[in-house]
Design a protein around this ligand. Structure first.
Ligand code: NAD
Length: 318
């Protein structure tokens, strides 16, 4: 199968390199020029796993304007939410009506934007429970052992077709451990709720997931956010995959057992003085609640706190 990965950042590289190593043809399109230039100069990307075994993986990488191939079976989108609209416009010359689209971006907002360019019958979206760090231009670190991490995904139509099963089979061969569901909104929202707790609080307090979960009042904090998010989702008619208690259990399992030493990706953005995706996570829940005359006060407060932290860092830099 041929994949074009749009967004060769941490996750685009993780998926693309693993799919390439599983025998697929993969090309990368990226707009961050120092990164694209470094990979071209080196003839590939330097990959480490848990900061060990640095080695060069050859990759084909292009800027959006350079790339003209229209023969990919699947386009994979891995960008930060606020980068997507511009990137879609810059890349639209290589989209065709037959191509499938796969994305595992965090937050919400991307689905609506992708549907401006692709038919819903071709859209497969999911959530990646996989941690990866773009350390510097041309340098990526895959967190976790081979086979670590997993993803949940669903068709926008909620009706998996033959091509979806083929894509899932390639993801499985690449050790990405996919689980296909038939609940589109519920699958995506489970991760939005998870991130609205863990990413946001760990980022604000500059702590690892393990440090957060070890705090004696962590469950109280998590439940306040989970309950409010579920109140929003219930009003919006989203059928959640997990109960509130199961969502809390997931927060604790992932933070205490699976990734205790990990700083969530939102923290990584904050620490590099890049804008965070908070408006598409906690902020998304606030906006969705308001459509149904429900005020998600805690999520609104946290969204503002993250913006205050971003603002403060910017001010100090200047
Ligand atoms: P990323 O920031 O590594 O890359 C996204 C894009 O930003 C790429 O095009 C990259 O080249 C560009 N970029 C990176 N650093 C830049 C800089 N300093 N200046 C300018 N451009 C820069 O993002 P990611 O971690 O791959 O995340 C993509 C999506 O996947 C997001 O929605 C994220 O929340 C989600 N996600 C990330 C992880 C993770 O562990 N990284 C896990 C699950 C989901």
């Amino acid at each position: 199968m041929k994949f074009t990965v749009v967004g060769a950042g941490a996750m685009g590289l993780r998926y693309g390199v693993l799919l390439q190593e599983a025998g697929n043809e993969v090309e990368f399109v990226d707009a961050w020029e120092p990164h694209v230039n470094k990979m071209k100069e080196n003839g590939g990307v330097y990959v480490t796993r848990d900061r060990q075994n640095r080695h060069l993986v050859p990759v084909k990488v292009y800027t959006p304007e350079e790339y003209t191939n229209t023969d990919a079976d699947v386009l994979i989108f891995f960008l930060k939410q606020m980068q997507l609209a511009d990137m879609l416009e810059r890349c639209k010359h290589f989209f065709t009506p037959d191509q499938y689209v796969l994305t595992g971006m965090n937050g919400m907002g991307h689905v609506k934007k992708l549907l401006n360019y692709f038919d819903g019958s071709k859209l497969i979206a999911g959530t990646a429970l996989i941690a990866t760090i773009l350390k510097a231009p041309g340098e990526v670190d895959f967190v976790g052992k081979v086979g670590a991490g997993s993803m949940n995904l669903a068709n926008y139509t909620e009706e998996p077709d033959e091509m979806t099963h083929k894509v899932v089979a390639e993801l499985a061969k690449a050790n990405i451990n996919p689980t296909l569901t038939t609940n589109f909104q519920g699958t995506l929202m489970a991760k939005v709720v998870f991130n609205s707790v863990v990413n946001t609080l760990c980022t604000l307090f500059e702590i690892t997931m393990g440090e957060y979960a070890a705090f004696e009042k962590a469950d109280e904090l998590s439940l306040a956010l989970i309950n409010e998010a579920y109140d929003v989702c219930e009003r919006a008619g989203v059928k959640m995959l997990n109960s509130r208690q199961e969502e809390l259990d997931t927060v604790n399992y992932v933070s205490k057992v699976a990734n205790p030493l990990h700083y969530p990706s939102m923290y990584q953005d904050m620490s590099k003085n890049r804008p965070t995706e908070v408006d598409y996570i906690n902020g998304y829940l606030v906006d969705l609640g308001r459509k149904y005359n429900y005020e998600a006060h805690t999520h609104a407060f946290l969204t503002n706190l993250v913006h205050l932290a971003e603002h403060t860092r910017q001010q100090r830099q200047n």
